[in-house]
Ligand binder design. Sequence first.
Ligand code: 0WK
Ligand code: 0WK
Ligand code: BGC
Ligand code: BGC
Length: 947
Amino acid sequence: MLAVHLISFFFSKLQEDPTKMVDRFLHAMRLHDDQLIDISARFQAEMKKGLSAESSAAAAVKMLPTHVRSTPDGSEKGQFLALDLGGSKFKVLQVKVREGMGVRKGGVEMEEKIYPMSKELFNGRAPELFDHVSESLKDFLHVKNISLDKKHPLAFTFSFPCEQTRLDKGLLLSWSKNCRARGLQGKDVVQALREAIDRTGGMDIEVLAMVNDTVATMMTCGFDDQYCDVGLIIGTGTNACYMEELRHVDLVEGDEGRMCVNTEWGGFGDDGALSDYITEFDQDVDATSINPGKQIFEKMVSGMYLGELVRLVVLKMAKLGQLFDGLVPDALRTKGKITTAHVAAMDEYKNGLKNTRDILVELGLNPSQDDCVAVQHVSTIVSFRSSNLVAAGLAAILTRIKQNRHLRALRITVGVDGTVYKTHPQYAKRLHKVVRRLLPECQVRFVLSDSGSSKGAALVTAVAQRLASRKRQVDETLAPFKLSQEQLQLVKATMRAGLEAGLKNKGPSAVKMLPSYVYHTPDGTERGKYLALDLGGTNFRAMLVKFKKGLQNNTRLYHKIYTVPLEIMQGTGEELFDHLAQYVSDFLDYMGMKKAHLPAGFTFSFPCEQTAIDTGILVSWTKGFKATDCEGHDVVNLLREAIKRRNEYDLDIVAVVNDTVGTMMSCAYEDPQCEVGLIAGTGSNACYMEELKNIEKIRQKKQKTEGDEETPEAVEDKDDGSKGDKKAETSETSKMCINTEWGGLGDDGSLDDIITPFDAEVDHNSVNPGKQRFEKLTSGMYLGEIVREVLLDLTRGGLLFRGRVTETLKTPGIFQTKYLSQIESDRLALLQVRSILQHLGLDSTCDDSIIVKEVCGAVSRRAAELCGAGMAAVVDKIRENRGLDHLNITVGVDGALYKLHPHFSGVLQETTRVLAPQCNVTFLPSEEGSGKGAALITAVARQKRDR
Ligand code: 0WK
Ligand code: 0WK
Ligand code: BGC
Ligand code: BGC
């Protein structure tokens, strides 16, 4: 006998180290980093498939939208009931979030009771299963003495794959783990619960939200950690969710913000994507499961299967005589005899080996030390593979989040729950280590959900309630900006009345309708070299324009832009014009034409009363200008005097034009049908060719002067040198361009019904309160301010920026209109919106950014619609002037708002089309600004003057 022991001991010494034997036997399960990286890459590909509308239906990794759009932000509160079904335990809970007695400040109070959930119920019919759930709920209300009469909001954690169209509706796609109750697949689980609650009766429950346990776990951990954007379950089943950019979730409308996606990664490999990693043991586990071919990844990872995997491996090794001298007791042949709890026990650091012996003895074996070492090592390898696979899956998710957020390094927290992760000592540590090894550039924190997922489910419900109430309040705030067709029709009519009134009376009218003394659009005969000076909204521009012989657009332009400092815009008139004269001097130096004595056209984008082409009495400053001693003065003289004061060059200022007129002329040079000019920039204004006979103030003036002698102009008009047709033309020189100055519409209160308190505030804080009301609803100078006022109001209401009214937000002019254009561009993910807000010193959440974008959209849309209504009034007037049923006309347009804002021009055009259906209006953006137009007018005026 001793001899036998010596031989077997010697043999065993000869025999190799049992762990080496197991390593070889299970080499397919021992995954190296490059394999994990490969699996991670495959999983990333699967995620993309699941997210894209084309391939999601067939995707193995379902990537289910959860309609949870944000993680907790600290404002959730309320009392909720919660059901937690699908994990190893079925729980009913009451969750008090920051509310109710004894809840420590900012804390959450929870009461829970676990109710048995028998196999029969899981394998029976769904209605019975849900009856048991609702009866347990009713029992819980009794036990916890919670009133049955009060309406209770309920959060439902249901840990199976559901296709959700909204938070409180989800169709069960398929059962998993150990449940397969009949009659629920493809049906709405929330409806099934509501029906069961009605069947049980005697309680008033409002099921507000259904969430997957991964989502609830993420929210639970997100309560204390704002970086928690991933939820992970490694329990009976396994799964993960994370906050994905909504624009990547094809199956959900909108591309603003984020949405939590339940990956259902348990299905990874169901399409064969993991076939080269599937071992025979995995195939056996799958073949004997209730859902063969399904949840392949889950069956390699989760607690429901780890024990079985170990059993099958040990069984095979025993059969091959590598263990227990080939003894194979029945217990070892019996499914489920080795549980995951056994695997955890065997894998324990200190007592693992002892536990292994106890477990094997329990199975009716008498294991040798090596057997125990070998079996323990099998458990280690099986659990190690599980944590490695989870690490590969997590690495894929975290890499995707990093890419989504364009970050080089990602700081993130993963909220975790599940018996395997919680009770399997080595598991968590191994997982953390491998994830950090696979993603060295990521700072990953793992937080164990200490109280199950229901806190999270309650928070989802609280968030749902908060988001719903906030959306309602934001919509209420923005409703006055949403103009109805009727209101826009009314604005059109009001504008029309303003045009008519302005043409009629000599005195002040809201829409000033200022004659420009430009009688016709260019005819291509213009020749020569001209200097065009352009004082617009934000800049002063000097331009040299040359018109040469031969084909149409033969113009050469050289220009230079100068920024007019605020203190000059609001200083003295003398300083302002000295500055302009200095800019001109700099430009002539730059062009080497100081001695040229050029003819110049002066685009002056402010309302000027003109009595001739080269005079313009400034009526009133607009757009933030308020230089003194200018209003009521002839701006041409002010410039001439400034040039004289410099006494280093001379200009022949032949014409002064409004930028709308300059823009119309510039565009008419390209398209003769252009008879309207529109500026949608810092300011807002339009001009158009009006019938002379309708311009009463001209006629009146003419009649008055004609009364006492023949007026030179009239004579002048008669012959402007171009013989023949010119002669003909003068007789029917029937039109003159009118600078409407429509910015003043509403100065007489005619727009008060659509002016909101925010508009009133902007007007109040402007340098010209009560003036330019239409402009203050439509132009770039003010849109940013309107948005800021709305954001202030929403923040004061606690709906934005966590209710924190920062100095930044109170700073006028901080929200420049260019930000609107940036924020509203479709290409721009909300991230960039956030960085713009960050840049403005406004720390915002995703939801905040959504609201900011919505406010910008509402304000800019209204501006475009109002301009469209104004333009409809102008073109319809021209059509009626000419007694036409249908008018084809072109509008020359310029201005940063029209040219740079992503939606403004489209909404303006659409509104004009709808409100002036008998006009076919082409909008032609002017290429080179109004300078060319000014030069054209100067060319015509000089021809006439010098003839
Ligand atoms: C506890 C959570 C529950 C989840 C479970 C998963 O409260 O929602 O389903 O963890 O772990 P398991 O119980 O399946 O091990
Ligand atoms: C460019 C024109 C200029 C006009 C300006 C308006 O050349 O005359 O004043 O557009 O646009 P803003 O600069 O105000 O956006
Ligand atoms: C289910 C998931 C669930 C996971 C963890 C899986 O079997 O399909 O919905 O999140 O188990 O409980
Ligand atoms: C001025 C107009 C100008 C418009 C666009 C308004 O503030 O009153 O003269 O055309 O801005 O620049």
